[in-house]
Design a binder for this molecule. Structure first.
Ligand code: ATP
Ligand code: MG
Length: 562
């Protein structure tokens, strides 16, 4: 793993960690408290993994804590299914959040009380304009907004209307509560942002107790303050919201004064990391579900066989910066291979089988040969594999009219069968359509175990194979990029899909050990890549997912180590 290793920046340090360290050293905080605040309106994706590794990672490294807080302020999109899935995913990523998760909805009563305080201070008002009217009056980046005709309502009238909003007297959209800041501000977020809207909807946790819900901007910072968050870390698109975050903290009797810091979100080639798009993919049936192994969700990654350690490694490698960039998907695959190469047991599986009959091998004879489970981990032991007269090899490993530099099976050429023997291809047998359906080979008994014979003869290729008599049938699912372009179009995601993102190989032949292995274990199919058993497997009908292919050619992997 040297020549292929991508340039890796010095991992483990970044501007956020520098800030936290400086704050602790200067005594501005005794300990660090961060939070990861997902909205439970979808499953977590790789972008969230970056944020989780940052928030929980900082807390771990500096001896602090990180809260898991559900930002559950929009009941029309949020569901218990997502709350459960998010907890499962964060735990799977290897982080824990103490005895219980937090919920913004636990603060609804407090948030409401603080809204009344703003009203009483003349810093918030009830606006009767429609959404469209408000949008038109907000102005643009170059033009100031216009004051609402309701902006100068008295405190009494505002309080009365706000209380009646809460009491359910008005329909959805009839009124909102807005902060009274500055309609001419250069920062549009300060042009009297909405604090509360009317929404007669059932909330997964508070049921029908509320029919007004706080906006993200209002709930978020105040939730941070209630929990005593020291460093509120979010993505760059919230940079322009920071003045509002600070304004609210300054104008409310909050128990602590968190500070917000922004970092660049993760963007990955061939991938769209947006819950809107991911929800669309699921709802429109382009994938089989949130955990479809092609999805960039944590559930999809897990089902695909990606170890959580690989995602933590990936997060370390990409680091945390202040400028947006796009990360090459290959870097994620690199992290996955790093972990799996180290951990995965080696097995043999033939994905597209071609029958080989070894003519000079006695009929009915079966030999047990020894195969190592991991070239670098002798502690993982060895297994017995059976060799007999008929075996399966990969169709790709045969070529009838091969060019000179093709070292695998072709009439007249000798190759090594991994752990078994040298065999020489004699003849290809074809069906009526002219397709090669079987190879006839001979073997050299002096090469048992795949060892060089006494005459020192060498071969240039080593092939994997499975004995036909005890091969187990399996389905193998090979995944390719979900989108065909490196930079898919989020506004037309269904038009950007790769029609070949899933390849199903129904007739694979795998060695029997794969049926006996612990089903959650990742394995390397030699020369093919890393695979895991899918949960669609049934006894006698195994299904494997390809987690990732091998970048290295077999020559390097096996020749160098085996
Ligand atoms: P999406 O943009 O996919 O809809 P979101 O930001 O609306 O995601 P939230 O549930 O609000 O989703 O996100 C929780 C946290 O994860 C936020 O702090 C957000 O900044 C962070 N996050 C979301 N997407 C990314 C990303 N691509 N890279 C890094 N952090 C992200
Ligand atoms: Mg969000």
């Amino acid at each position: 793993m040297t020549a292929e290793e991508p340039a890796v920046r010095e991992a483990g340090r970044d501007f956020i960690r520098d800030i936290v360290e400086a704050d602790l050293q200067a005594g501005r905080h005794k300990s660090v408290l961060t939070r990861f605040p997902p909205e439970p309106n979808g499953y977590l994706h790789l972008g969230h993994a970056k944020s989780i590794c940052l928030n929980f990672g900082v807390a771990q490294e500096f001896g602090g804590k990180c809260n898991l807080r559900f930002d559950d302020t929009n009941p029309t999109k949020e569901e218990q299914e997502y709350i459960d899935a998010i907890q499962k995913d964060v735990a799977w990523l290897g982080f824990s959040w103490g005895d219980k998760p937090f919920y913004a909805s636990d603060y609804f009563e407090q948030l409401y009380a603080w809204a009344e305080i703003l009203i009483k201070a003349g810093k918030a008002y009830v606006d009767d304009q429609s959404q469209e009217e408000m949008r038109l009056a907000r102005g643009t980046l170059t033009e100031p907004g216009k004051n609402s005709p309701y902006r100068d309502r008295s405190v009494e009238e505002n309080l009365d209307l706000f209380r009646r909003m809460r009491a359910g007297e008005f329909p959805n959209g009839a009124r909102v509560l807005r902060a009274k800041i500055d309609m001419a501000s250069g920062n549009i977020n300060l042009r009297d942002p909405v604090l509360y809207r009317i929404l007669h909807a059932h909330h997964p946790r508070t049921g029908t107790a509320w029919c007004i819900y706080p906006s993200y901007d209002y709930a978020h910072g105040q939730s941070d303050a209630i929990e005593g968050i020291t460093h509120s870390i979010c993505t760059l698109e919230f940079e322009d919201h920071r003045p509002l975050y600070d304004w609210l903290i300054e104008n409310l009797p909050v128990p602590s004064r968190p500070r917000q810091y922004e970092f660049a979100r993760l963007n990955l080639t061939y991938t769209l990391l947006s819950k809107r798009v991911l929800t669309g993919l699921v709802r429109e049936g382009h994938v089989t579900g949130w955990d479809d192994p092609r999805m960039p969700t944590l559930a999809g990654m897990r089902r695909r066989g990606v170890p959580s350690e690989a995602l933590r490694d990936f997060a370390r490698r990409i680091g945390v910066a202040k400028a947006n960039s796009v990360v090459d998907y290959g870097l994620l695959e690199f992290s996955i291979r790093e972990v799996l190469n180290r951990e995965a047991k080696r097995r043999m599986a033939v994905l597209r089988p071609l029958k080989v009959v070894i003519e000079n091998y006695p009929e009915g004879q079966v030999e047990e040969l020894e195969a190592v489970n991991h070239p670098d981990k002798p502690e993982l032991g060895v297994r017995k594999i059976r060799f007999s007269r008929e075996i399966w090899v990969e169709q790709d490993d045969f070529m009838e009219n091969a060019p000179k530099n093709f070292f695998r099976l072709t009439p007249g050429k000798e190759v090594r069968l991994r752990y078994a023997y040298f065999v020489t291809c004699k003849q290809a047998i074809k069906n009526a359509a002219g397709e090669v359906v079987e190879l006839r080979c001979t073997y050299d008994p002096a090469t048992r175990g795949g060892n060089t014979p006494p005459d020192g003869r060498k071969v240039k290729a080593t092939l994997h194979w499975v004995s036909a008599a005890d091969a187990v049938d399996a389905e193998v699912r090979v995944y390719n990029q979900l989108f065909k372009d490196p930079d898919p179009d989020a506004s037309d995601f269904s038009g950007s899909l790769n029609p070949n993102s899933l390849e199903i190989l129904k007739g694979a032949k795998v060695e029997p050990a794969l049926a006996a292995d612990n089903e959650s274990e990742a394995v390397q199919f030699e020369r093919q890549g890393y695979f895991c058993r899918d949960r669609d497997s049934k006894p006698g009908a195994l299904v494997f997912n390809r987690t990732v292919g091998l970048r290295d050619s077999y020559a390097k992997v096996a020749g160098g180590k085996g």
